[in-house]
Structures are given as C-alpha cells and as structure tokens.
Design a binder for this molecule. Structure first.
Ligand SMILES: [Zn+2]
Length: 283
C-alpha cells in the first residue's frame, strides 16, 4: 500500500502568507517515508495530522521558492534524529543546493551535509530510495532548475507536476500515472506565467487518464472559485476523477484508490471565505 498525506493545498506568495489552504507539501509512505516540498507549516502540520517527522527517510525540494522549501532544514534535523545520525536522503534541484541565478541556495551547507545521501536531480535523472524510485521530469518555471516528479512504487506510479506552466509535450511525462498531483495555481483559464490553470490541466487530461487527480498549490483566486466546483468541472469535462487537495487528506493506493478526508475542516478554510471581500485579486 502506498499512502499520500497532504499537508496543504495552497501555493503562491499570497496563499503562503495568508495560510488559508496551508503550504506544508505532502508526504508519501510506501515502505519509506518521503516529504515533498515542505513549505511553511510543514513541521507543525506534520504533528497536527498525527505524523512523526523523525520517521522521514527522504526529503524532496523541487525548487527554490519558499512555499516549497522553508521547512526543509528543520525536517532534515528531524530525519537525521536531531542531527545526531547521518541518515536519509535529500533530493533537490540544482538551485536548492548551489544556487542558480537569483534562486537559492535554499538549504544551508551545514544541513546539506547532514543526510546520508544528497542528490541533485536534473530532468531525466532518477534516484532510488529502497522500493521507491523518483525521476525528475521537465518543468517550465521561473526557477529554471525546477523539476516535476515521477514516483514509482510497488503499487503503481504517482506524478507530481510541481510548479510549471503548460508546455507542448508536458502530458507525455505523466503517461501511465495512477495518481496525478497537479499544482494548479489559478482556476478556469486565468493563466499566469510559470503556472498551470485549471484549463491547462484539462488539456493535459485529454492526453493522459490517471485514476485520480488531486489539485494542490491553489492560489488566491480559488477563494473566489470554490475548489470543489472547479474540480467537479474538470471531472465532468475530462471524465477523470479530480478532487481538490486539502490539509489532512489521505489517499491510499492499493488495488483500488481510496480517498480519506480529514474529519474536521480546518477553521482557516472557513475563515478564508469570509475574507473574500477584502481580497483584491492577486494569485
Ligand atoms: Zn514556484
């Protein structure tokens, strides 16, 4: 059984500061435990949703934007048992480790040395952690070293777009995935540079047919365009089951895919709706 636990479904500068949908990334548990893109709140949400940061075996940071990396160092300290044991793997884009142009480095040299393994992935390169194989795939984002991720488990493949804009051929990287985790920053066709909007996802889903799509990294416009309604629209236009991510959402991938929503809606998501009137249109 492979399990994905979502620790947020928000992204972009405004959601990151507002924390309406949270920005802790997600964890995958499949014999090994890996935290992907631990943005602000990742450590706190790990505890709040009953997970143990000391049980991590790997941390992936796909690029040097703070909604994806801020909690990486504290999770490295957890993964290495409070920095007392050289263990686990840190898997990153080039910018996160060395800095590229104006981006990164996002993890200090001190923390880069703590894990047992450090891997910088470029598109097409793979890294194996026991029975989990990770492959970086092309993304087109403002940090030029950003990668999307293919996660191959014994139960099947999971795709994660990370932050990218739509480009010709993007869908083929995700061919055959059972679950697609899509960073959809804007609803409808409200496209902005470097990011996907819902209609870009619809275009991808004309070429690939995962069993389930989970939308995350949703920006401020999703406070106006209810994520559930957008997901329903995508489902009806593509015949691919699409759901909005949500902090605490668990998806289990065995023979079948099972969706377990958290029992209680986080208070802040309700609060977010009340703030619609003062919101004036940023991503
Ligand atoms: Zn980004």
């Amino acid at each position: 059984m492979a399990e994905i636990v979502f620790l947020g479904s928000g992204g972009g500068r405004f959601q990151m500061v507002g924390q309406y949908f949270k920005t802790g990334g997600f964890r995958i548990h499949t014999g090994v435990n890996v935290h992907v893109d631990p943005g602000p709140g990742a450590l706190l949400l790990t505890h709040q949703y009953g997970l143990n940061p000391l049980e991590l075996d790997g941390i992936v940071v796909t690029h040097s934007h703070p909604d994806h990396y801020t909690d990486a160092e504290v999770l490295i300290e957890a993964m290495t048992k409070h920095s007392t044991k050289k263990r686990g793997a840190l898997v990153c884009s080039e910018s996160v480790i060395n800095g590229v142009g104006d981006y990164g480095p996002a993890v200090s040299k001190y923390h880069q040395r703590k894990p047992e393994k450090l891997a910088i992935l470029n598109p097409g390169e793979k890294f194996r952690l026991n029975n989990l194989e990770m492959e970086a795939v092309k993304a087109k984002h403002s940090d030029p070293t950003t990668f999307g991720l293919i996660l191959r488990t014994d139960e099947g493949t999971i795709g994660y777009t990370s932050d990218t804009q739509y480009f010709e051929g993007i869908a083929k990287y995700y061919e055959g995935v059972r679950i697609l985790i899509a960073n959809v920053t804007r609803p409808l066709s409200m496209r902005i540079p470097w990011h996907l909007c819902s209609d870009d996802l619809i275009k991808m889903l004309t070429e690939i047919k995962p069993e389930l799509v989970v939308m995350i990294h949703m920006g401020m416009m999703f406070l106006k365009h209810e994520p559930k309604m957008e997901a329903a629209r995508i489902t009806s236009e593509t015949n691919v089951e699409t759901i909005p991510g949500q902090v605490g959402l668990r998806v289990n991938m065995g023979k079948e895919i099972k969706i377990n929503r958290p029992i209680r809606q986080p208070v802040l998501e309700e609060f977010a709706r009340l703030k619609l009137e003062i919101f004036s249109g940023a991503e």
